[in-house]
Write a protein that binds this ligand. Structure first.
Ligand SMILES: Nc1ncnc2c1ncn2[C@@H]1O[C@H](COP(=O)(O)OP(=O)(O)OP(=O)(O)O)[C@@H](O)[C@H]1O
Ligand SMILES: [Mg+2]
Length: 276
């Protein structure tokens, strides 16, 4: 009996949390800020890890405004803090200090459940290693975020088929990841990131495993999303091919912002970039 009551209590708590306006203050997709208006505000964030008695400073006092619909690349050497910053912006991890806001919503004040809701509703992720499930089709891989969000499988798969069509894979929906090329797998990952119509698309090293031409096609696709659909695209990357497409480049060095450049201030010649 006591067990039943506690389960009911847990369910009631979960229902109450769901009914909370966990995302009050986040602009709706249709009213997302346009170019030139701030969507994400990062203020004084730090991230430290304790490792074998020593403190590792992965990020140190980073502040940044990210504008609606812009294509922002975070660049810097290995270990400089790109993925750490990316994880804070994407509600995947919490900073040790400072704040991250999407619209008026302060991500650093949310419960884990509320953060999961924000991730599900507003953010699409593309990871270097694709993170696809090998045993199911491209269609099911792309449908999963909607199925997890509670949508019936048939409706989720209809949306997944549309999303796969958008990245040019309409004829590969029943292939499993192992039956696709590297570029096609990355496009499945992009289709999955887009299936919930995110406000923000975060891509960590999206071209790292791809050849020059396929990587270029993926970059073009990301650029098209930011231009045509107003999606705010944020990439963490070593890939200098990203630079020519980026509206701004944030250079990170030893956990701090070294420089923020606008594309028009870059010295781009024949695809090469003078980063000094
Ligand atoms: N869980 C952890 N525990 C301890 N230190 C960590 C942890 N995660 C990251 N770090 C350290 O934080 C720093 C920043 O790591 P991060 O993964 O953000 O680098 P990065 O710029 O993404 O590098 P790469 O280009 O190699 O992906 C590194 O020095 C790393 O060793
Ligand atoms: Mg990284």
């Amino acid at each position: 009996m006591a067990d039943h009551r506690s389960r009911a209590d847990t369910q009631a708590t979960a229902a109450a949390e769901r009914s909370q306006p966990a995302d009050a203050g986040v602009p709706t997709h249709s009213a997302a800020p346009g170019v030139g208006q701030v969507l994400i505000t990062v203020r004084g964030i730090s991230k430290t890890y304790r490792l074998k008695g020593e403190t590792v400073y992965a990020l140190d006092d980073v502040s940044l405004d990210i504008y609606g619909g812009e294509y922002l690349s975070i660049m810097g050497p290995s270990g400089s803090g790109k993925s750490t910053l990316f994880n804070m912006i994407g509600a995947l991890d919490r900073p040790s200090g400072g704040t991250v806001r999407i619209g008026e919503l302060d991500l650093t004040r949310l419960t884990s459940r509320q953060l999961a809701h924000v991730r599900c509703q507003y953010i699409g992720y593309i990871f270097q290693a694709y993170n696809l499930i090998e045993s199911v089709s491209a269609l099911r891989n792309v449908a999963l975020p909607r199925i997890f969000a509670g949508e019936p499988t048939s409706a989720a798969e209809e949306a997944a088929a549309r999303s796969l069509g958008r990245v040019g894979l309409g004829d590969r929906v029943h292939h499993r990841p192992g039956e696709l090329s590297g570029g096609q797998r990355q496009r499945v990952a992009i289709a999955r990131a887009l299936v919930n119509d995110p406000l923000v698309l975060l891509a960590d090293e999206p071209t790292a495993n791809l050849d020059f031409k396929t990587g270029g096609a993926i970059i073009d696709l990301l650029k098209q999303l930011s231009v045509d659909r107003g999606v705010t695209v944020i990439t963490a990357t070593h890939d200098h091919k990203m630079l020519a497409n980026s509206d701004r480049i944030v250079w990170i060095k030893s956990g701090r912002i070294d420089q923020v450049q606008r594309r028009e201030d870059l010295d781009i010649e024949e695809g090469s970039v003078d980063a000094d």
